[in-house]
Design a protein around this ligand. Sequence first.
Ligand code: NAD
Length: 498
Amino acid sequence: MITVGHLINGQSIDDGQRYQDVFNPATGEVGKRVAIAPKATVEQAIAAAEAAFPEWRNTPPIKRARVMFRFKELLEQNAEQICKLIGEEHGKISHDAMGELQRGIENVEYACGAPELLKGEHSKNVGPNIDSWSEFQPLGVVAGITPFNFPVMVPLWMFPMAIVCGNCFVLKPSERDPSATLFIAQLLQEAGLPNGVMNVVNGDKEAVDTLLHDSRVQAVSFVGSTPIAEYIYKTANANGKRCQALGGAKNHAIVMPDADMDNAVNQLLGAAFGSSGERCMALSVAVAVGDAAADALVAKMQEAMKNLKVGAYTDSRNDFGPVITRQHQQKVVGYIDSAEADGAKVVVDGRNPQVPGYENGFYVGGTLIDNVNPEMLSYKEEIFGPVLQVVRVGSMQEAMDLIDAHEYGNGTCIFTRDGEAARYFTDNVKVGMVGVNVPLPVPVAYHSFGGWKRSLFGDLHAYGPDAVRFYTRRKMITQRWPSAGVREGVSFSMPTMK
Ligand code: NAD
């Protein structure tokens, strides 16, 4: 059986200790096994990163950026192989995997601008013969911990920018689909990165806890579920580390009575069921304003969902694939059961989908549930499956109150033709990423990504301009070169320019 190991100091390593099965969710079979790093292996990776730092820190930014230019080319040349690896372990259909990779590559393109992004500010003559400037210096060894649902894009949110800023990186990918992540790290090595600058350790809580407690690790970027995000943030902070921890979501779309209903249905289909709903920006709740809008939405959705195709990643005509594990499949089905038991109406039932030839895969079909209310467990918690729930409300304000009261605040969207309503919504809703007739308002690579409330712990968002600030620390230098022969007198008061 193939073993997925680690990448430490430029070498592929299998430490031969613990292993965990990696499933092919489309077939339900074990495809590979992944090495689970003990503390000592993680410490080896941290040591490699620490050793590589002094030289990498002093490598001119333009040279660091050139590695990223080559890396981008290698990602493009190996796109098919990367998407195959994503499909085999995550289950994502190739067109969706290609989209994930492209969004990831855009972060590499942004990182190529490092020489420009790292420029500081300069002020001449802040005092007599005194000049002052700021610099953005790398932190040292920084770590990333990533989730299963974007095994390529989310790591690419982190390490290209961290590395191009002059840091050395230790990445702990999801143990459920580790191969694509390891493969892109090997491509970065091939692009000419010095050994030790980028390291990958596969593992579980033991590996994560080692990164959180090791004093050589300066900063931690995390993306995953909210309970773990909160734990990571608190532990990293308690150990004096900078931390950004992005958590879970429950993204609502308001469907206004004046919305173009056919367009809203098309957009909702992709945003609710794409990637089996396993996106942190998936729209999982449609809040219909007024019964007429709700009835029209449910009827049109029900009709459109007849054409939804769930199946294996190998057939690009499929709309979405299986969910990640058998356990997760059962969890998603459990939420549908609980909504039904709580009195909601399952309009389209995906609990028992037929996927001929793949009877043991972890499939859940597209599911539509009407008459959901905020008291229901299926409404309160993140389902992370191909399930769209409809909540009926009487007014736009009621819809916004619902969104604001939810513990998560990652993404949201309003479908409307009314500019005034849209403007009020974008201005006031308590959510970090907001769309107007755009169902997945995922910021492009030159902006930054982050939710509000319990969808993000920390101050700075992921990638884009915030990542430059997260992966560097500002230093202010104030310098005087007195003219020859001029001596300053003694002064005990605060220097001013008065
Ligand atoms: P997860 O929280 O289970 O795992 C994320 C990472 O944390 C993995 O590397 C995992 O090995 C590690 N981990 C798991 N349990 C741990 C523990 N007890 N202690 C230390 N580390 C632990 O998340 P997941 O199931 O892989 O991913 C899905 C979740 O990620 C969803 O909640 C989704 O909304 C969220 N997500 C959020 C964003 C965002 O940008 N906000 C993006 C993608 C995914």
